[in-house]
Design a binder for this molecule. Structure first.
Ligand code: NAP
Ligand code: HSE
Length: 614
């Protein structure tokens, strides 16, 4: 059983106001990933990019002032189809397991005219099956099939209708479903905030269907609101910055999207939050650091990069020149090799992406001393000093996030945290992308030296690749997962640690004969008497190459992928399985960005409660 078969569903619809061009796709990926790592199955509904629909309409009208509705529907549908496909590619680049689906695959049927149809049927079971294959599905909005097989469109703003129809059906047939229409506004307002002559409008914390239908400007398609009212579905409207916090636990009302439903409207007394951008200092501009920097520069509404600390300025100047990304003014403003100067810049968050123990540890401590929050991807450091650093962070009321230290964009630490206290007996994981990539290459006949070189070129390997090869990296990650599952006091008893550097070739023959694969598996199990005895839990851990039968979920992890199976106690030994890309620039940068967005939301909350430390 995969974890996502039981996870609550979130339908996220991205409108053209937030998908203005391809440049907005990474931001949409950040929002989707934020919900996914909260443990949701996410069904994304994509609108066409920016003005695509208008442009296509104009093209059609240039040929024929009254285009045939059937042909026009097919033409306009290409806008949403292209946008959904591009978004799906962007998710895959970030290492998120996602699948592009279309109306025909999920039985989304509509009746009526080709250009203004209404939805009548959906095969929820088909969606459930799609979710078995991937936790994130991407569906073009606005489009359905008519019973005669033609394409039908839902009219202007029709992606809202897609999202609300699909969410309503899933809620009825598959259980708890949240539906959020992501727009370029923080929710519904009394009037359009752009109408400055009327003063600042109040924001609806909650808005009745009737009031939502009265609002001018049709922020939400009226047909969609009426359908929600008929089916009793409550939905939410908000900007990307209102996503990613769990509504069940988030306490800052102003951070939540507006909820539209049957209840009476409530206007918020607070003025809408004006987020201040987080000032970020980044140490390291290697595989991960350069990806994070690019995302931060592309998220300038949310983050202000104060500095990038590197060892050798000239090396990075040349690298940027070679890649065509060199901007002399920006480089001189951001990059420095002077530690003192770097820490004297205005900072809210320190992001450590240099790896190794020192000076990473010293700099993180320095950041906490200065009251900064910290994000790191450094499992070697955190496995060894994480407890001490966390204590220091707590003492200074600072936040310390390190999701990227384990699993790239496969949120294994978050999954382990959610499973804490739920009787998990242990886990088995493929936790090192480099060795998984190497094992696949060796099985395909590549030499070990060539496979290592390729893994280094692709940015998977550690600066010292022997940490990957001898199983140390997998071991460090297993320790971090064990601490999330069983608490920081857990006693870790290490058994064998075997890597792949001297892997016997006969193992591949055995795997072939058994139609299985060789994988480097880290396993961790609670010791038998651990639960009966007082004191912290005790677990036994080991790392080594094993032949896995094709039926084992970890056997399907290929390339630089990673994942883990958690064994839950109780009847049937239910298994929770999570997989994705475990290494590489974009998957790791995605996890770092998710931590940064979480800090930004909590800074917003601290600001909203006027207890900000800044
Ligand atoms: P990398 O490509 O080797 O980059 C490290 C960067 O840190 C380089 O820019 C390096 O500068 C800089 N650096 C190292 N020591 C420094 C010092 N003393 N002062 C200033 N700069 C220093 O490493 P990476 O792959 O990006 O990994 C960074 C961290 O992320 C590591 O902790 C790693 O374990 C973790 N991580 C990596 C991945 C991955 O797939 N690569 C995945 C998850 C986690 P120079 O270029 O000048 O040497
Ligand atoms: N070197 C690590 C790996 C990077 O290959 O898994 C991701 O943590």
């Amino acid at each position: 059983m995969s974890s996502f078969q039981q996870d609550p569903i979130c339908v996220l619809k991205f409108g053209s106001s937030v998908l203005r061009s391809e440049a907005d796709l990474p931001a949409a990926v950040h929002s989707i990933y934020a919900e996914f790592r909260l443990g949701k199955r996410v069904l994304v509904v994509a609108s066409a990019l920016g003005s695509t629909t208008d442009d296509l309409l104009a093209q059609a009208q240039a040929i024929s002032p009254k285009p045939s509705p059937r042909e026009l529907a097919k033409l306009l549908a290409t806008g949403e189809s292209a946008s959904a496909a591009l978004l799906s590619l962007a998710l895959k680049r970030a290492g998120v397991r996602s699948r592009l689906i279309g109306p025909e695959e999920i039985g989304l049927v509509a009746e009526g005219g080709h250009l203004d149809a209404h939805p009548v049927a959906l095969d929820s079971e088909a969606i459930r099956r799609e979710f078995e294959l991937a936790p994130v599905l991407v569906l073009p909005g606005f489009i359905a099939r008519r019973p005669d097989g033609d394409l039908a469109l839902f009219g202007r703003g029709g992606s809202d209708l897609t999202a609300i129809f699909v969410a309503g059906k899933l809620q009825q047939e598959l259980g708890e479903t949240r539906c959020v229409l992501v727009k370029d506004v923080q929710g519904l307002f009394e009037w359009d905030p752009a109408r400055v002559t009327e003063g600042p409008p109040r924001r609806y914390a909650q808005c009745s269907y009737a009031d939502a239908l009265q609002l001018s400007g049709a922020v939400v398609q009226h047909k969609a609101i009426r359908l929600a009212r008929e089916s009793g579905l409550s939905f939410e409207v908000g900007s990307a910055s209102t996503l990613g916090s769990d509504p069940a636990t988030a306490d800052a009302e102003a951070l939540q999207p507006t909820r539209v439903g049957p209840a009476s409207s409530i206007l918020s007394a607070r003025s809408p939050i004006r987020y201040t951008r987080l000032r970020v200092g980044l140490a390291g501009h290697g595989t991960v650091g350069s990806g994070v920097l690019q995302h931060l520069l592309d998220s300038s509404d949310d983050f202000d990069v104060s500095g990038v600390l590197v060892r050798n300025l000239q090396k990075h100047r040349l690298l940027l020149e070679e890649s065509g990304d060199y901007d002399p003014e920006q480089f001189d403003r951001l990059f420095t090799d002077d530690v003192e100067q770097f820490f004297n810049r205005p900072l809210d968050v320190f992001v450590e992406l240099i790896g190794g123990e020192q000076p990473a540890s010293e700099w993180i401590e320095r950041a906490f001393d200065a009251g900064l929050d910290v994000v790191s991807a450094n499992k070697a450091l955190i496995a060894k000093h994480g407890k001490r650093l966390q204590t220091q962070a707590d003492g200074r009321r600072c936040l310390f996030h390190y999701s990227a230290a384990v699993g790239g964009s496969t949120p294994l630490l978050e999954a382990a945290k959610r499973l804490q206290g739920q009787g998990v007996r242990g886990f088995e994981g493929v936790l090192n992308g480099t060795t998984n990539f190497i094992l696949d290459a060796l099985a395909g006949g590549t030499s070990l030296q060539d496979a290592i070189r390729q893994a280094q070129e692709l940015g998977y390997a550690e600066a010292d690749p022997s940490l990957d090869l001898d199983g140390t990296d997998a071991r460090q990650k297993a320790e971090l997962i064990a601490r999330e599952l069983y608490g920081s006091e857990v006693l870790l008893r290490w058994g064998e640690q075997v890597g792949v550097a001297e892997i016997p070739h006969k193992l591949f023959g055995e795997a072939n004969a058994a139609q299985g694969v060789v994988r480097l598996v880290a396993s961790c199990y609670l010791e038998q008497d651990s639960e009966d005895q007082a004191g912290p839990p005790r677990v036994s851990l080991q790392v080594g190459p094993v032949v896995l039968p094709a039926s084992h979920p970890l056997s399907r992890i290929s390339g630089a992928g990673g994942g883990a199976v958690f064994d839950l106690g109780g009847p049937g030994w239910a298994r929770v399985f999570l997989e994705g890309e475990a290494a590489g620039r974009w998957p790791t940068a995605e996890a770092v960005l998710a931590d940064l967005f979480e800090l930004r939301r909590s800074a917003g909350c601290r600001g909203a409660q006027s207890s900000t430390k800044r």
